[in-house]
Write a protein that binds this ligand. Structure first.
Ligand code: ADP
Ligand code: ZN
Length: 686
C-alpha cells in the first residue's frame, strides 16, 4: 500500500509506503508520522492506493501542480518521501499511524484542498492555515486563560420586531442557500444570528467576525446566550488556548465557534449554519502567505456541506449586493433601527473655509463635542491613521525620512520617540538635525491619532480620554478592557483609528466625528470610495443607538466628493447604484474577476531586463477572454527590501483566468531573480 501524506508546509502531498502491519489503520484524514528531510514529521493521509494507481494519479496531479518544481526539489534533494513523478524514486515507509479516527472531518479536509487549488497555492499551506500546528503535533491543550468577565449580563430576551421575524422565518425555513441580511446599523442583525443558531437543533454553527476589536461585545452576547457551548478563535489566543478551543469543537463539546478569519476552518462535523458578520470587511482577506478570503471560503464551505450561510452587513460589499440583486443570494432587509430609533444627523464640515480654533478641529466640531460632554454623554472620534505624525520634514531642504526597506515615509510615534514603518515594522530614531543638509528646522507634518489625543488633552483636560489603535491595544485583552470601560462609562471620549468605528454597541455614544476624512479618499485602488463610504457609515452607525439621537461630523478638505452625498443621507442603495455604474464602465468586479501576480526582485539592477523577459513570456500566454494589465510597478514599489512589479489579470470566467495565471507562472518559472506572489480575488491592489 502507498499513501499520499499532506504536511503543513507549502507543498502538495508526498507519497510513502505503508508497512504491512499498519495498513488496516490507514484512513483518509488520520495523522501519520513519516520520515521527512533529516527528521520526522506529522502529516495527514490525503490519498490511499496501490503503487500503480498512485503513480498514475501522481502524474496527473503533477501536471496541475503549480509548485511542482519546488516540491520535487525538496523531495529529491532530501531523498525522502517523493512526489509522484515519472521517475519514481525509492519510497520511504511511514513510521506510525497516530489516530484511530480521522483527526480532520471529511468535509473540512475537502475544503482545505479546495482552498489550496482555488487560491493557486498548495493544499499543504491550506492545511497549515486551517489547523493549529500544536493540534497536528498532538501537543497538550493549554489551560484556558481566557479572562473575560464572568458576570455576563443576561445583554435581555425581547420580542423580535416584525422585520426581524420575517427575516428569521425565511432563514429558518431554508436548509441551504446564501442569505444577504442587509440591515442598517442597530437594526438587530446580531439578534437574528443568535436566534437562527438557537433554531438549528443539534446542528452546529460558525460565526465569523472581522477582527478582534469587534469581538469583545459579540463574545459577551454569545456567552450570555450559549454559555460554555461557544468556542472562540481570535489572534489574542495563545497556542495552548488555540489547541484547547480546536479540540472542544472537534469533540463536539461546543455548538458555536465564533472568531476571526480562520474560524471558517472550525472542525465541526455536523455544521448547520455559517454567519459572516460585516461581510464587506477587508480584514477577512489574509494578505500574507495563503491569500484566502474567509467570507469566500465560508461560501465554499456552505456549498460543500449543503448548508445555509448568512452574510450580514449595513454596508454590503458591492459584489455581494450585486449577487443579491441578481438573485444568486436571497435578500433580506431590515429597514429601520430597533424601536424606530432615528439615524443620526450627519454634517460634512468643509475644512477649507471653516473657522478653526485649533488647526485640527473646526469650531463647529469642538462646540458640539463640548456640548455632548457637558450633557454627560460619550463621544467617538476617528482618524484613520496611527502614530503622531505621518512624516517629519526638514523645512530647509525638504528632506523626509523614508523606510530603508520600503518606499514608504516613516510615521513619527511620540510615545516611543521613533520613526516607524507601518508596513515592515522597522523603526529608527530621528536626529535633531537633518541627515541631509544638517539643518535644524525639522517639522512634524500632518496628524495621526497620538497627535489628536495630545490636542484633545490640551483642549479639554478634564475629560477621560482613551486612544484605541493598534499601538494602544497590543497587550492581550487590551481591546476588551477598553470596550468594558466604555460600557461602564469610565471613558468620555474614545478616539482612534477605524477600530472605533466597527461593530460596537454603546448606547450612550451620541456624538461621532471624523477628524480628517481625506485619509480614506482617493487611494489608488478601485475600491477606495467603497471603503470610505463603509467606514464613515459604520462610524455614524455607532452614534445614537440608545435613547438619545446621535450626531455625526465629518471634517474634510474635499466636501464635494460624491461619497459624502450618500453618507449624509445614509443612502447605501444610492451609493450602490452610483458605484455599480462605475464598476461596469471599467469592467471591475463584480463584472469581472481578478488575479494579481506580484513579481518581487531583490536586486534593482536586474528589474528592467527581467521584466522585459517576463513581458514577452506573458504575452505568449494570453487567452482571448483575459485582459492582462501591466507589468507595472506596484503602488508600493518597494516593500521589505523587495522591489515589486505586478500584473492584474481580468476576465469574466474564473476557470480561464486561473488557466492563464498558471500558464504565466509556468512560463516565467525558469526566470531567475524573481519571487512570485499570486493573489486570487485581490482586495488590496497596493
Ligand atoms: P446590529 O447587529 O444590526 O447592529 P444589534 O443586533 O446589535 O444590531 O441590535 C442593536 C441593539 O438593539 C442591541 O443592543 C440589541 O440588544 C437590541 N435589540 C435587538 N433586537 C431587539 C428587539 N427585537 N427588541 C429590543 N431590542 C433589540
Ligand atoms: Zn518598511
Amino acid at each position: 500500500m502507498v499513501i499520499d501524506v499532506l504536511f503543513p508546509i507549502d507543498a502538495e502531498a508526498f507519497t510513502y509506503l505503508v508497512p504491512e502491519g499498519l495498513e488496516q489503520k490507514i484512513k483518509i484524514g488520520v495523522r501519520v508520522l513519516a520520515p521527512f528531510r533529516m527528521g520526522k514529521k506529522v502529516g495527514i493521509v490525503s490519498g490511499i492506493g496501490s503503487p500503480a494507481t498512485m503513480s498514475l494519479r501522481g502524474t496527473l496531479a503533477t501536471k496541475q501542480s503549480l509548485r511542482e518544481n519546488e516540491n520535487q526539489e525538496i523531495a529529491t534533494s532530501r531523498n525522502v518521501g517523493t512526489r509522484n513523478d515519472k521517475k519514481i524514486i525509492t519510497l520511504k515507509p511511514i513510521e506510525a499511524v497516530l489516530d484511530e479516527e480521522p483527526l480532520i472531518p471529511e468535509n473540512l479536509f475537502k475544503l482545505i484542498k479546495w482552498v489550496g487549488q482555488y487560491y493557486i497555492s498548495t493544499s499543504g499551506l491550506a492545511l497549515k492555515n486551517a489547523v493549529p500546528s500544536g493540534v497536528l503535533e498532538g501537543r497538550k491543550s493549554g489551560k484556558s486563560r481566557i479572562t473575560y468577565d464572568t458576570d455576563i449580563r443576561p445583554v435581555k430576551i425581547f420580542n423580535l420586531t416584525a422585520e426581524q421575524k420575517n427575516a428569521l422565518s425565511e432563514i429558518n425555513s431554508a436548509q441551504s442557500g446564501v442569505f444577504l441580511l442587509y440591515g442598517v446599523t442597530g437594526s438587530g442583525k446580531t439578534e437574528i444570528y443568535i436566534r437562527a443558531i438557537e433554531s438549528l437543533g443539534d446542528k452546529e454553527a460558525i460565526v465569523l467576525v472581522p477582527e478582534i476589536a469587534l469581538t469583545a461585545q459579540i463574545i459577551d452576547r454569545f456567552r450570555s446566550r450559549f454559555g460554555d457551548k461557544v468556542a472562540f478563535f481570535h489572534s489574542g489566543l495563545s497556542e495552548g488556548e488555540k489547541i484547547s478551543q480546536w479540540r472542544k469543537i472537534r469533540n463536539g463539546e461546543v455548538r458555536v465557534a465564533l472568531g476571526v478569519r480562520n474560524a471558517v476552518f472550525a472542525p465541526f462535523k455536523n455544521l448547520g449554519l455559517i454567519v459572516v458578520d460585516e461581510e464587506q470587511e477587508a480584514s477577512y482577506k489574509q494578505f500574507e502567505g495563503l491569500k484566502y478570503h474567509s467570507r469566500d471560503v465560508a461560501l465554499a464551505r456552505s456549498k460543500l456541506e449543503g448548508i445555509k450561510i448568512i452574510l450580514g452587513s449595513a454596508t454590503p460589499s458591492i459584489e455581494t449586493f450585486y449577487n443579491a440583486q441578481k438573485e444568486k443570494f436571497k435578500y433580506l432587509e431590515l429597514k429601520s433601527r430597533i424601536e424606530e430609533k432615528p439615524m443620526p444627523g450627519v454634517e460634512i464640515l468643509d475644512m477649507t473655509n471653516e473657522n478653526k480654533k485649533t488647526w485640527i478641529f473646526s469650531d463647529k466640531l469642538l462646540n458640539a463635542l463640548n456640548k455632548n460632554i457637558s450633557q454627560g454623554y460619550q463621544s467617538l472620534i476617528m482618524l484613520n491613521r496611527r502614530g503622531y505624525s505621518p512624516f517629519l520634514m526638514c523645512t530647509d531642504c525638504g528632506y523626509t525620512y523614508k523606510c530603508p526597506a520600503c518606499s514608504i515615509t516613516l510615521t513619527y510615534h511620540k510615545d516611543t520617540k521613533t520613526l516607524n514603518c507601518h508596513y515592515c515594522g522597522s523603526y529608527l530614531e530621528p536626529k535633531d538635525t537633518c541627515p541631509d543638509c544638517k539643518g535644524s528646522r525639522i517639522k512634524y507634518i500632518g496628524i495621526g491619532t497620538q497627535r489628536v489625543e495630545e490636542e484633545l488633552n490640551t483642549l479639554i483636560p478634564e475629560i477621560s480620554l482613551k486612544r484605541m489603535d493598534r499601538d494602544s491595544t497590543r497587550r492581550k485583552h487590551a481591546h476588551y478592557r477598553i470596550v468594558k470601560d466604555m460600557e461602564d462609562k469610565k471613558i468620555d471620549i474614545l478616539m482612534g483609528t477605524q477600530m472605533v468605528a466597527k461593530g460596537h454597541d454603546f448606547p450612550d455614544v451620541t456624538f461621532a466625528a471624523v477628524v480628517f476624512a481625506d485619509v480614506a479618499l482617493n487611494l489608488p485602488d478601485f475600491r477606495s470610495s467603497e471603503r470610505a463610504f463603509q467606514l464613515f457609515t459604520q462610524l455614524a452607525g455607532r452614534a445614537g443607538r440608545g435613547d438619545v439621537p446621535g450626531e455625526v461630523y465629518i471634517q474634510t478638505y474635499e466636501p464635494h466628493h460624491y461619497v459624502f452625498d450618500y453618507v449624509r443621507k445614509h443612502d447605501y442603495k444610492g451609493f450602490y447604484e452610483k458605484e455599480i455604474e462605475l464598476r461596469k464602465e471599467l469592467s471591475y468586479p463584480p463584472f469581472s474577476r481578478l488575479i494579481r501576480i506580484v513579481f518581487n526582485f531583490k536586486n534593482r539592477d536586474v528589474i528592467e531586463k527581467t521584466i522585459r523577459d517576463v513581458s514577452v513570456k506573458i504575452k505568449r500566454t494570453k487567452i482571448p477572454d483575459v485582459d492582462i494589465l501591466g507589468p507595472a510597478p506596484a503602488p508600493i514599489e518597494k516593500l521589505r527590501n523587495q522591489w515589486r512589479w505586478h500584473i492584474v489579470l481580468k476576465g469574466r470566467n474564473y476557470k480561464t483566468l486561473r488557466q492563464n495565471a498558471l500558464a504565466i507562472l509556468n512560463a516565467v518559472k525558469e526566470i531567475k531573480d524573481i519571487k512570485i506572489d499570486v493573489d486570487v480575488d485581490p482586495v488590496n491592489m497596493m
